[in-house]
Design a protein around this ligand. Sequence first.
Ligand code: NAD
Length: 500
Amino acid sequence: MRTAGFGAHGLVDGGPEIVRENPARHGEVVGTLVTTTADGVARVIEGADEASGEWAETSLEDRVGLLRQGARAVADSADELAPLLARELGKPVADSAGEMGFAAAFLTWVCDRVGDVCADRVVDDDAGRVVLQRVPFGVISAIVPWNAPLILSSLKVAPALATGNVIVVKPSPLAPFAVTEALRRIAEHLPPGVLSVVHGEAEVGGAMVTDPRVRKVAFTGGATVAHHVLAGCAEQLTPAVLELGGNDAAVVLDDLTFTDEVMERMVFGALLTSGQVCMAAKRIYVPQVRLDEFVERFVAAADRVLVCGDPLDPTVTIGPVVNEAAARRIEGLLDDARTSGGGSGGARVVPLGRTTADWDRGDGWFVRPTLVTGASAESSIVRDEQFGPTVPVLGYRDLDDAVRQANATESGLGSSVWSDDTERAFRVGRRLEAGMTFINCHNRAGMSLRVPFGGVKRSGFGREFGDEGIVEFTQTHALHLPGAIRDAAGTAPKGNAYPT
Ligand code: NAD
């Protein structure tokens, strides 16, 4: 297949072509991506800018009506696009179908909520009357990574468009095909220029950020690129929402019963999509005295539920990692852990799950899921986001030690606490530095459309999901009648010399 971006005036191409191979089958070409030139990006943004005024003035009811049609089109495309997403990304096919399901559900949820969330607020008291309106920014540039292209695009597209903005999306060249097709199917229901897609790498992303017609940037990705994005935003004083990586700690309390169900949930909390999820559990802290028992139960659970193989096989739950660079990076982390283990002469790397014949042929970027025991707190596998199918398990002495170790990171995306005593888990959870703390679950199993998602510390700023994720794409516009500088009882500040 051949895929290019599109804008108000149709397809945009002309840039260098990128061939994407199936990470599960060396040499199998999934498609060719035709990237967008810098001029092409400028033309797409111009088209978006031209469409912006009319879309903002379209009634909320009409906007929502068109977006609901787009949501249905995405839901209907799941069977067709899931195998494509599985082949370009390596994500198991059922999980891939879930992306289309999520995108459709989120679009619908935003359509249901936007009227209430963005309704005018009238402040009417003895101090006077102010009407607070929520208005769109205009052109939004959205830059998304490869690991969940549909989900992460929909988190920007749905609230941006429902609130009256127009949007230009740049997917990652590592998983561009299914998301472009899904977005095209939404765009078919919208006026030209309201939803556009461009393709490319740093140059295209940079052009999307520095264009003066862009009024807000929504970026999801890693910290290295985020530095460039923010520097670009600084040029035009363009605001941004940044959703960045995490190094989530899962804290297992000493009372937890290691049931099959709990352990299987923890396995997927860490290793879903081969661990290539921003809010996966990336470090597991367990009371020192229960470490051996934990490892035994975790390995047994993983052997039950992790089937490693070709993502097109519906029984497979772990596919390859996204490309060779990712495979090499993760192998490097494991080598580093083996040689720099904490005091006991190197960490132990324990293989997890069962492999299929496809996997055993080794004809793809397959990295066996692993649990790492005995890693040093200083090793990269503990300090850095591994973003792969491996997770270190570390011992702690007491709760203060567990909280200290869990918080000893610059990241603050998610975290979790596991206990038979929910109230106790909530108390410990309150001490964790993170945007989200899941109780007895982690990762997708704990997600909710209704509440804000986003990190603290260096995991970014701004929020997606929930009412806050809708508000993120609006600005306030206050319309005042005279007399606003008074308190709620109508009293003017002393010394006010002006007639009010
Ligand atoms: P990345 O930062 O390498 O790339 C993200 C996007 O930025 C891609 O579309 C890429 O092409 C583009 N890009 C590259 N250089 C650019 C530049 N100079 N200017 C503008 N755009 C540029 O991230 P990745 O490897 O695609 O994704 C993995 C990272 O994303 C991980 O750190 C993961 O935790 C994070 N992530 C975060 C969330 C979240 O919601 N917090 C969700 C998913 C992934």
